[in-house]
Structure formats: structure tokens, C-alpha cells
Design a binder for this molecule. Structure first.
Ligand SMILES: [Zn+2]
Length: 393
């Protein structure tokens, strides 16, 4: 039977880790990774351990796109996750993105290759990976990742994507940051695009150092013949580093759009709250206005009798108490086969769970709005009712 082992390299002394390091540095033992750049970086800069004989499935995924006969249109579709449609389809710019490949995460990759029908990735608070002891959710996440990597590896083996060149290309890929760990503010290293000269190499070409990513790259990685159309401050940058500011710009635009939509939703919720308060007249719950989109129903029974209840403010199907936030008691399924039964664990959403009538129920962080599509949420509600009954009936 296959077994999954987790090694906590922050908690264990180096002497205990030596057998593990021996495996990682053994050229005869293959290591399968998904975007192993940070793994390599942490081991190399933190412990002096050089990971060798690796297969990076994220790289294999990008490589498979060519093998799968992916068209330019499909490549553009992927690029639209990072760039504006106008930018990548404008004939004056389109050629700049020919060698720009968008990386994807493990979950979407499994779906893309039809290894799974929905993204199976669980979510944890990545800000707390350095805290000890690790939470059960973090341990489960880490173990689950290994299972998913194994599934993807099996798919790729079956589909013939693990070719003879992949190990050397993977080694190059994972060791990209062997000079220094990437600083989070270094946009030319921290981006979702495949760096150049990893899959397509030009050994005989003259080399230039890109001022952005600071890598020595072959001449075809640079826009040598079309320099006149490149902004002066980006002159001499490689194709990927030229695209990075555009990606950053799009991320900012989309973030602003999300914030605007969030503000509109908050205003809408505030108006709904005011309408409810007006309807009840002497509303007995805590209600904050103006400028806050939060309120707590006085009691579930009162609230549901108003005829204005929404999934955001209604008592939860398990009926665990008045004023209790849904996030504190159960989480809707996201199609991963997780049970809807309450775990008692508050989710790590944007707000704190409300545990009584004195605390507001935060509307903005409600998982119904953020995580699911309406059909899925409706289906989850029906499923939850089947499990625990509907207290409103
Ligand atoms: Zn560059």
C-alpha cells in the first residue's frame, strides 16, 4: 500500500533530516514536483541541499500544450488570464506574446488534463505555514498535494508527456533561483509566466543578460529587430520581462474592479439592512449604519418571518443558534465531495465569525457570494437540508 510521509523540516533537527536530504540529493532517485522552484530554493538556501533528478510537472504541462497541438487561439485564451484581450490581440503587439506561456496551478492543471472533473485543491491560509505546530488543515493540505501530484504524474506518463528531455529542463527550471531567493517585490521573478530558455534552448546563440530577470539568455529571447516599438525603460529586456509590466497593470485593474464591485455589494446590502430595519420598526438586533454593511438579525424566527430573508442572513440549516455566523459552523461544498456537515472549525475567510447577537454578521466575506455559483449553492442548501432538516419549515 502506498504511504504518504510528511517531514517538518522546520521542526526537526538537521541530524534527523539527513536521511531525507540523502534522498533529495541522490541522483539515482527521481523526485516528482509541481513548480519545484520554491522547494529547491528553500532547501538550497536554507540547508545547502541541492535537489537533483527532478521532474517538474508544471513544466511538463506547458510542454504538453505543444504536443497536444494547442493553437495560437488557445494560447491567447490562456494569456487572457494575465493580459487584456486588446493587448494580446492587437496586431501591433501580438507578436510580443508568441513566447509567453502562462503557468497554471496544480488544481486547474488536473482539470485541464481531464484527470479530475473539478479542481480538487483545498484551501489553507498560506500566511501561516511557518507557525508551529502545523494545523491539521495544513498537514492535510500538504499530504493531499502529494496525492494530486501522483495522480497528475500517472496521467502524464499515460499521455506520454514525460519525455527524455524533461529531467534536464526540469532541473534548469527548479534551480532558477539558486543565485538568490526571489524577493516578493521583484516583479520580474514573481509572476505567473514561464521564464525563457527553459523549454526552448539555443545553445549556439550569443547570450545577453536581461536587466529584468537578470538571467543570461540567448539572443532569440530578446526583441532585437523591433526595438523601436519597445519603451525605452524596457529596452534590452527579454520577451517575458517585457510582458510582466502589462500583467502587473492588468492585475491592478482587476483588483480595482473587484473592490468597486465589493463596494457596490456592500452598499446594496446596507440598503437591504435599512429596509429590513424599517420594516420591523423597533428592530432589536444590533445594526450599524451608515458606512457599515453589517447587521445581525434579532432572532432567526423573527427574521425569517419577514419574507425578506436571504441566504446571507438566514439561520443556517443546522440551526445551531441565533446570531451565529454560517462560517463558524459549516462550509458549503465546492464540488469536491466534501461533506456539508459542520466541522466546528471557523473558516479562514476575510472576517471573524460572529458568535452572538452582540457581534455583526459580516456580509462581505460570505462564502455564498465568493465561492460558489448560484446553482451550486442552491444544490448545497438542498443537500444540507436533506442532512439536517430545514429549521425554517
Ligand atoms: Zn528577462
Amino acid at each position: 500500500m502506498d504511504q504518504n510521509f510528511l517531514f517538518d523540516i522546520l521542526a526537526l533537527p538537521n541530524s534527523s533530516l539527513q536521511p531525507l536530504f540523502d534522498i533529495l540529493t541522490n541522483p539515482d532517485i527521481r523526485k516528482i514536483l509541481y513548480d519545484g522552484r520554491m522547494d529547491f530554493c528553500a532547501l538550497y538556501h536554507g540547508f545547502g541541499v541541492k535537489l537533483v533528478n527532478v521532474i517538474d510537472l508544471q513544466l511538463a504541462d506547458v510542454k504538453s500544450r505543444h504536443v497536444r497541438g494547442e493553437t495560437h487561439e488557445k494560447q491567447s485564451q490562456r494569456q487572457r488570464r494575465c493580459f487584456s484581450f486588446k493587448q494580446i490581440n492587437d496586431p501591433r503587439n501580438a507578436y510580443k506574446y508568441d513566447d509567453v506561456h502562462v503557468l497554471q496551478g496544480l488544481g486547474p492543471c488536473l482539470v485541464d488534463h481531464q484527470c479530475m472533473s473539478t479542481s480538487p485543491k483545498k484551501h489553507v491560509d498560506h500566511e501561516t505555514w511557518k507557525e508551529r505546530p502545523l494545523s491539521p488543515q495544513h498537514l492535510q493540505y500538504a499530504a493531499h498535494d502529494v496525492v494530486l501530484i501522483d495522480i497528475l504524474h500517472s496521467c502524464f506518463l499515460q499521455d506520454g508527456y514525460i519525455d527524455s528531455e524533461l529531467p534536464s529542463q526540469s532541473q534548469l527550471y527548479v534551480s532558477l533561483w539558486s543565485d538568490a531567493p526571489p524577493h516578493p517585490d521583484d516583479i520580474f521573478r514573481s509572476h505567473p509566466l514561464l521564464p525563457l530558455d527553459i523549454l526552448k534552448t539555443n545553445p549556439s546563440s550569443p547570450k545577453l543578460t536581461c536587466p529584468g530577470c537578470a538571467r543570461l539568455l540567448s539572443l532569440p529571447c530578446f526583441p532585437v529587430r523591433v526595438k523601436q516599438s519597445i519603451p525605452a525603460h524596457l529596452a534590452n529586456h527579454c520577451w517575458v520581462c517585457l510582458a510582466v509590466p502589462q500583467w502587473l497593470y492588468m492585475m491592478r485593474v482587476r483588483k480595482e474592479q473587484r473592490e468597486r464591485q465589493k463596494a457596490i455589494r456592500e452598499n446594496e446590502n446596507m440598503r437591504r439592512g435599512e429596509a429590513t430595519a424599517a420594516l420591523f420598526g423597533g428592530y432589536s438586533g444590533s445594526y450599524t449604519s451608515p458606512g457599515r454593511s453589517t447587521f445581525v438579525p434579532a432572532s432567526p424566527s423573527n427574521h425569517s418571518s419577514s419574507g425578506l430573508e436571504s441566504p446571507l442572513s438566514s439561520p443556517m440549516p443546522n440551526g445551531r443558534g441565533r446570531g451565529q455566523s454560517p462560517r463558524a459552523t459549516w462550509q458549503p461544498s465546492r464540488g469536491t465531495g466534501q461533506s456539508l456537515r459542520g466541522t466546528g472549525q471557523p473558516s479562514r475567510g476575510t472576517g471573524q465569525p460572529s458568535r452572538g447577537t452582540g457581534q455583526p454578521l459580516e456580509v462581505q466575506g460570505n462564502p455564498f457570494e465568493v465561492q460558489g455559483n448560484p446553482l451550486e449553492v442552491q444544490s448545497n442548501l438542498l443537500e444540507a437540508e436533506a442532512i439536517v432538516g430545514n429549521p425554517r419549515k
